[in-house]
Design a protein around this ligand. Structure first.
Ligand code: GTP
Ligand code: MG
Length: 642
């Protein structure tokens, strides 16, 4: 058995055309619940009712007000619907809000619809034909062009069974909603019960919500626990995409919570004050839209005042469509591909709408062909969008990309794999970078190695930790390791202990350095196991300290000298015989004291201590009180690195 599907039906149409009466006839519920609505006989706010279909499935119904003063409420309810009932009173025919609602439905890309002719009990059938013809003309060329028409009377119930069957038929044809994606529930109603938290209601657009889940409410951006759920008015353990849901949020009592806030899977959505969008100005718009003209923007159940920042022109003519940036005066949750409506300030009419292509863009400079080209790319597809996002962020975690793109994890992973396969993006540890960035970073690393070879030709290479600093701070340690591994595997760099070098690099002392090197090595060879503190040994040299340091580093890297501590250095011969002495000792005895070892190597306490501590750090020996025992003593006699 296929899993049940959940869908939302909405109404639309001019004031008084019979939307609420129709819903009452279909569901038995009066969605005009406010006293003012009852008194004035018109709907003001949204109404909700569950509709049980002949096959037993339950659809949610959203009833909207038709009066032009309450279009903002209509917009808050119409966004998430799958099927619209476009209601026309046969006695009045097509009226201004029939048209305005139709424009809105078109701009929001509502997938399916039914033309419902109401109050048929008041008209002759010839007249019904004429009105249906008029409606057909109105919807020609729109998504409703082929929509079925139903003639009903909510008074007598005539035509209602056929309408119900038609609704069921269309809902069965609709694809199921994305239940695997993140949960997203734009709040359309909310109330707080002191000591009980807050109850919010809305249509769950995607995902699932379960009792006990943690969800995020944005704004404000607070994470709270779901204490209780109701689906279509009945207690439930889980709510699924496409259902009307009431969520009791434990311990969440906010006076400033508003319609338009979103309940969502935590960490997935962000509040934004700026979106890039494809914006279309209706050809019916009364005048062109100018740069930074203020508008009302409606997205989901939210609305905000906004300014349209035209990027490639100073005015947008009615009927035209552009890529633009919209600045919002209040932050709201927007997602890529969300549809929105804009309305003008005065007169307050719907003038256009569009689709979000980037919910969190940087500020753009105007009249830049490169900006427009990038926006075009972004609009064109998910993959270019992801690539562009990676580039903008320099490096991005998959999670960040899921958020930015508004796509599920699987989907984003699929695109990233494809981008990697096409050599357009590269995964470095947890981070994704564009291939261009990866190459640039490789170049930075190679360059740092070359610079080190040039500036410090005596060093075997650049220290691992120093090399890491060649990458921008944004690069995670793992990304550095991955790049380094690639460069080493490709033979472009080589790792020598703690140093990284070009594979063909050989430290080359100058003749002057060579003389100093020989002086130093002679000093230490002659001192043998009596080698004293560094200052005592090298203090007489007249060379600059840096020159001495460079030579020492060179000698350490070659193994000619062994650095026991900052102060204590041994010639490799003295070191080898000390290590040998250590081995010989432990071959016969289980423990070793400092004095015993001092006598064995014929040295003094200071040197012996430095040696033993060095052996400790190498884990050759382990300290036990005043004694040492063998730990991971190397078996074979150490050979010099020459
Ligand atoms: N005779 C007759 N009257 C109807 C029918 N449907 C609705 N009405 C009447 O028309 C009036 C308006 O109906 P509503 O359902 O409130 O209209 P509406 O479209 O919801 O109006 P708004 O929500 O304010 O836009 C009411 O007085 C209804 O009783 C019908 O099929 N036949
Ligand atoms: Mg109504």
């Amino acid at each position: 058995m296929s899993s049940p599907r959940f869908h939302i039906i909405g109404t639309a149409g001019h004031v008084d055309h019979g939307k609420t009466a129709l819903i009452r006839r279909l569901t038995g519920i009066d969605t005009d619940r406010l006293r003012e609505e009852k008194e004035r006989g018109i709907s003001i706010d949204l109404g909700f009712a569950p509709l049980t279909l002949p096959d037993g499935t339950v659809a949610g119904v959203v009833d909207v007000p038709g009066h032009e003063r309450f279009i903002h409420n209509m917009l808050a309810g119409i966004g998430g619907i799958d099927l619209v009932l476009l209601v026309v009173d046969v006695n009045e025919g097509v009226m201004p809000q029939t048209r305005e609602h139709l424009q809105i439905l078109k701009l929001l890309r509502i997938p399916r619809g039914i033309l419902v002719l109401t109050k048929c009990d008041l008209a002759e059938s010839d007249w019904l034909d004429i009105v249906e013809e008029e409606i057909r003309e109105e919807v020609a060329g729109t998504f409703l062009a082929e929509a079925p028409a139903c003639r009903v009377s909510s008074l007598t119930g005539a035509g209602i069974p056929k309408l119900t069957a038609t609704i069921q038929q269309i809902l069965q044809e609709l694809p199921p909603r994305d239940e695997d994606g993140p949960a997203r529930l734009p709040i359309d109603r909310h109330f707080t019960i002191s000591g009980f938290g807050t109850v919010v209601t809305g249509t769950l657009l995607s995902g699932r919500i379960k009792v006990g889940d943690l969800v995020e409410v944005l704004p404000p951006g607070e994470t709270v626990r779901v204490r209780e759920l109701q689906v279509h008015g009945n207690k439930a353990e889980m709510a699924r995409a496409g259902q009307r849901v009431a969520v009791n949020l434990a311990g969440f009592e906010r006076a400033d919570l508003e319609r338009g806030a979103v309940v969502a899977t935590p960490g997935f959505f962000e509040l934004t004050s700026r979106v890039d969008a494809r914006l279309t100005l209706l050809k019916e718009a009364p005048r062109p839209l100018k740069f930074r003209d203020p508008v009302h923007l409606h997205l989901g159940t939210a609305r905000a005042t906004a300014k349209v920042v035209l990027l490639d022109r100073d005015k947008l003519d009615p009927g035209d469509s552009v890529l633009t940036q919209i600045q919002l005066d209040q932050p709201l949750v927007a997602h890529r591909q969300d549809r929105f409506i804009i309305r003008s300030y005065s007169p307050m009419t719907t003038i256009g709408g569009g689709q979000v292509i980037d919910p969190n863009p940087p500020r753009h400079r105007r009249f830049r062909p490169s900006v427009m080209a990038a926006l075009g790319e972004l609009e064109a597809g998910e993959r270019p969008f992801l690539l562009q996002k990676i580039q903008e962020l320099t490096c991005a975690r998959a999670k960040e990309l899921e958020q930015a793109a508004g796509l599920g994890r699987e989907r984003v992973a699929g695109h990233l794999d494809a981008l990697a396969a096409a050599d357009q993006a590269r995964r470095l540890g947890e981070q994704w970078v564009t291939e261009a960035t990866a190459r640039h970073w490789e170049h930075l690393l190679s360059e740092a190695v070359d610079r080190c070879h040039h500036d410090q030709p005596l060093l075997p290479g650049i220290a691992h930790a120093t090399l890491k600093g060649a990458l921008p701070a944004k690069a995670a340690p793992k990304a550095f390791e991955e790049l380094l591994a690639t460069l080493v595997a490709g033979g472009r760099l080589t790792q020598r202990g703690e140093h990284i070098a070009r594979p063909d690099f050989v430290p080359q002392p100058s003749s002057e350095q060579q003389r100093l090197i020989e002086q130093i090595i002679t000093l230490y060879r002659e001192a043998g196991s009596q080698a004293n503190n560094r200052n005592e040994m090298l203090g007489t040299l007249t060379h600059p300290a840096q020159a001495v340091d460079d030579c020492l580093a060179y000698l350490f890297s070659r193994g000619d000298l062994i650095r026991l501590s900052d102060e204590m250095i041994f010639h490799r011969e003295a070191y080898a015989s000390a290590l040998n002495a250590l081995r010989e000792h432990f071959a016969k005895q289980p423990t070793l004291t400092l004095a015993e070892f001092r006598d064995r190597i014929g040295s003094a306490r200071k040197q012996t201590q430095a040696l033993l501590e060095h052996f400790d750090t190498l884990k050759y020996t382990m300290r036990r009180g005043d004694e040492r025992v063998a730990w991971q003593l190397p078996k074979t006699r150490e050979t010099s690195s020459e």
